[in-house]
Design a protein around this ligand. Sequence first.
Ligand SMILES: Nc1ncnc2c1ncn2[C@@H]1O[C@H](COP(=O)(O)OP(=O)(O)OP(=O)(O)O)[C@@H](O)[C@H]1O
Length: 437
Amino acid sequence: MVAIATDRLTKVFPDGTVAVDEVTIEAASGEFLVLLGPTGCGKSTILRLVAGLEEETSGHVLIDGQVVDRLSAKDRRVAMVFQDYALYPHLTVAQNIGFPLRAGHEPATGTEARVAEVAEQLGVTDLLHRLPGHLSGGQRQRVAMARAIVRKPQAFLLDEPLSNLDAGLRAELRTDVAALARRLGVTTLYVTHDQTEAMTMADRVAVLRRGVLQQVGPPAEVYGDPATLFVAAFIGTPRTNLLQGAIYLEPERTVVDLGSQLLEIPPNEALAGHHNDRVTVAVRADALRPVPDGGGQGPVLRGKVRLVENLGHEALVHLDTGIVPTPIEESRLEHPETGQHLADVIAEDPPAGHPFRQALARMMPHARQEAQPATARTEYGFYPVYDAELADQPPLGDVVVRVPAPVLPRRGESMTVRVDVDKLMLFDRGGHRIRTA
Ligand SMILES: Nc1ncnc2c1ncn2[C@@H]1O[C@H](COP(=O)(O)OP(=O)(O)OP(=O)(O)O)[C@@H](O)[C@H]1O
C-alpha cells in the first residue's frame, strides 16, 4: 500500500473562495486518516484534489512519494466513495460492483470471481441479483464500497459515506468500514463533520477550519491536548466551556480572573510573559465536579442552575456563573451539533423576533431572564468583552457540568463545582494554546 500526502496544497476557486489553504498532511501507508471540520472547511475539496477531480491552485498531491499533479483521475488509482452512493439504478448489484472492471476492459473471466470476493467482504453476497432501488441505504452504501474496492485501489477516499443513514445504521457501518479498510490495509482518507465518527474510526484526525489545517493527531491527542481554541471548541461533547478571563501573576499566587469569579491556578513558568493578558480558559465538563455548597478547599466555580438536561444515567447541568463565554465566531452551519441543544438554539439562533425563538421562549419562559453582561466584580477588575454583533442578547455565563443521576439539582438552586486545574487549558487572544505542561 502507499502513502498519500499533500504539500502546501491550495485551492482558490474562480470566485476568490480559498477552499484549501496551504494544507500539508500525510496519511502513512495503510493509515486511516480522518479529515474533520465544519461545513465548508474544505474537506471535500482536499479529497477531490487528491482524486484528481479538481486542479490545485498551488502545492502538490503525492501518492507513494511521487508528485501526481499531472496524472488524470483515472491514472491515480484511488477509489472515491461519495455520500450519495451513485449506483447505476438499472444495473444489478453484481453489475454495479463489476462495472469498474468492465470499464477498465479487464478479462470477463476474472470479473465474476472478483465480484464474488468483494461481495463476500462487504456482506452483500445475497443481494447480487437485486437492483439498487430494492436495497436499504446501508446496503447501498456497502455496494458502493464494494464497487470502490473491486479494482484494488492504492487508496480509498471516502466523502461522508455514512451521512445519509440513520443513527443506528451509521454506528454499525462505521465499525464495518474502519474494520474493512484495516483488513485490506488500504490507506484511507475519510471526510466527516461528525466528531464521533472521527474519534471512533481514525488512526489520526486532521482538524480543518476555513481551509486551514489546525491540528493532526490521534483522537486522544486532539481531544486531550488541542492546539487551538477552535479544536478545543469543536471536539468534545458536551461542548467545551470557553470562558473569558485574564491572568494575574503575583508573587504568592497565580490567578485567572473570570470577571465575576477568581480561579487560582498552579504557578507555571510558561505563564511568565502573560501577566495581565486576556485569555480563554477552556474547561471540559469532565474537569468539573459538583461539591457540597461552600466547596471547602481548592479552586471552585459557583453558579445557579439554569437548565438540567437529563440524559438518564447523568445530566448536563447548565450553570449561570456570570462568566462571559468566548465567542468562537462560527455560525451554526459551521457547527451542526449545536442545534441539538435547546438552550443553545435560544442563545444563538435564530434572531430575537423570529417565531421559532418566541415559541421556544414560551416553552422555557425563564431561559434568558437574567441575561446580563458580566462586569468586573473582583479585586483585579477584569472586564470581559461582550461582542453584541455575535449574539442579539448578552450571553449567559453558562458552564456545563456533568452530574450523575439520580440526585439531580433543580433549576434556580446554587451549585459549587470543584475545578480540576490540571485539566484547564489556556488560549491566547489569537486562539493559540498557552502550554502549561
Ligand atoms: N466550485 C466551487 N466554486 C466556488 N466555491 C466552492 C466550490 N466548491 C466549493 N466551494 C467553496 O469552498 C469551500 C470548501 O468547500 P468544501 O465542499 O470543500 O467544504 P466541506 O468541508 O467539504 O463542506 P461539507 O461538509 O459541507 O461538504 C466552501 O466555502 C465552498 O462554498
